[in-house]
Design a protein around this ligand. Structure first.
Ligand SMILES: Nc1nc2c(c(=O)[nH]1)N[C@H]1C(S)=C(S)[C@@H](COP(=O)(O)O)O[C@H]1N2
Ligand SMILES: [Mo]
Length: 440
């Protein structure tokens, strides 16, 4: 059973020492645009407290004035219409518990490494969302025949010349009775971080379809041509050898989440005796059927026990009674759903690093202290580094990525396309710096 040393070190580094997560423990990948994830110790609440909920933004968080805010519904409809929040609240209300997971969650574990925010375990959470059915709202305007997609747009303003975060959702998903427009999260209005005043809830699907700060819906008869639909959030429709390029025609939009589980407790060190191993599992629209645990690095597996009732799209907590005396142990959890999907030992590598769901080994030792992993400070970069990169984000974005020279070269091309100012004569030094300091 192959377990790379690297994935073990990374798992250990991601661990808090077995106490429940507080919002103060959140892991900041980037302060602005805000990218923050939950530590593994947070996977003990079937409903994630808002303070422990991950945040992923491509832009700065828009300050929406609720009194002036409106949802516009135009495009291929019989009667274009707009709604205030009060008007939306006239539709029948619904409460739905559902997992929100970034398609890039777990990206940092892919080998070879891929560009993008280097999420570990925690760009996922589960909340109780309150809102109205998207299909009820669409029906009010009358969707014309031939509509295949609904374009979603939010109040966020892109940085530089980065394309606006606009995506389409298939009409079948838009009309699903579980697809909502929500204003409340865990019984309180959405925070600005999580999409105030209104966001799309697309349960069972990755969160790139859960548009935040929603301002516009537009039924269309084709898939949107913009960057976030045609280039980003696509993954291969066939197996890809790790590191290989994929033909654009074989890349299809990300939709369903993968079945997945995470061990929350214990932390890296335990006392000998009986240890309650506790964790969380989730799936897509197919319900979970079991979680298994291995305490010997994957040689043998035993069933964990679900605690709590679970919900169709929610987190489901599980526990396993472990007796341990001494030594080092490798624990692995593995979830399975009713469709027969099981977490693999190796995730399917793909060029954008989406939908990582390998069963992750966790090293636990009895008695001794966990190793420290100090964060290294990179040497200062050339002037062009500050000038070009820091106008949209700070150095967290580069520090978390460990890319090859060819990958950094592509990133510079992408970013200059989005408005980063790099003079031709500065480019070689910038590339040298990125490739030598932030290398795999
Ligand atoms: N308008 C808008 N909606 C958005 C995004 C965005 O940048 N702009 N990011 C998406 C992505 S990639 C994720 S992972 C989720 C994050 O939701 P959260 O911040 O509430 O956890 O929002 C999605 N909705
Ligand atoms: Mo995401």
């Amino acid at each position: 059973m192959p377990i790379s040393r690297r994935s073990l070190i990374r798992s250990a580094a991601a661990l808090a020492l077995g106490r429940a997560a507080r919002s103060a423990d959140m892991i900041t990948l980037s302060p602005g645009p805000k990218d923050v994830e939950m530590p593994v110790s947070g996977f003990v609440d079937e409903i994630t407290p808002v303070g422990n909920f991950f945040v992923r933004c491509h832009t700065l968080i828009p300050a929406v004035n609720a009194a002036e805010w409106k949802l516009e519904l135009g495009g291929l409809v019989d009667k274009p219409i707009s709604f205030t929040l009060a008007e939306l609240k006239q539709f029948p209300h619904l409460d739905l518990v559902a997992v929100l997971e970034c398609a890039g969650n777990g990206r940092s574990f892919f080998q070879p490494r891929v560009a993008g925010a280097q999420w570990q375990f925690g760009s996922v959470g589960c909340a109780r969302w309150t809102g109205v059915r998207l299909r009820d709202v669409l029906a009010k305007a009358g969707v014309k025949p031939g509509v295949t997609q609904i374009l979603m747009d939010g109040a966020d303003v892109p940085m530089g010349t980065m394309p606006k975060f606009q995506r389409t959702i298939e009409i079948s998903k838009a009309l699903d009775p579980d697809t909502l427009l929500a204003w409340d999260m865990n019984g309180k209005p959405l925070t600005p971080d999580n999409g105030f005043p209104l966001r799309v809830i697309a349960p069972g699907w990755a969160s790139d379809s859960w548009c935040k700060w929603l301002t516009k819906l537009e039924p269309m008869d084709h898939e949107f041509e913009g960057f976030w639909m045609k280039t980003a959030y696509r993954h291969p429709n066939h197996h890809v050898e790790p590191g290989a390029a994929v033909d654009a025609k074989d890349m299809t939009p990300v939709t369903d989440l993968n079945v997945k589980s995470v061990i929350a407790i214990p932390g890296a060190v335990v006392r000998p005796g009986r240890v309650a191993v506790i964790g969380m599992a989730w799936s897509n629209a197919s319900p979970l059927t079991k979680v298994e645990l291995s305490v010997d690095g994957g040689k043998t597996w035993a069933s964990a026990r679900f605690t709590g009732k679970g919900t169709k799209y929610g987190f489901r907590k599980w526990t396993y009674d472990w007796r341990v005396s001494d030594g080092e142990h490798i624990l692995i959890s593995r979830a399975t759903n009713a469709a027969g999907q099981t977490q693999p030992m190796e995730a399917e590598w793909n060029p954008n690093g989406y939908l990582y769901n390998a069963a992750q080994p966790r090293r636990i030792s009895v008695g001794s202290a966990a190793p420290e992993h100090p964060v290294e400070q990179p040497p200062a970069g050339p002037a062009s580094y500050q000038a070009a990169c820091f106008s949209c984000h700070d150095d967290h974005m580069m520090r978390m990525q460990r890319l090859t020279r060819a990958q950094w070269d592509r990133e510079i091309t992408k970013m200059t396309g989005w408005g980063a100012q790099v003079k031709a004569e500065d480019r070689p030094a910038l590339l040298d710096y990125l490739a030598s300091i932030f290398k795999p």
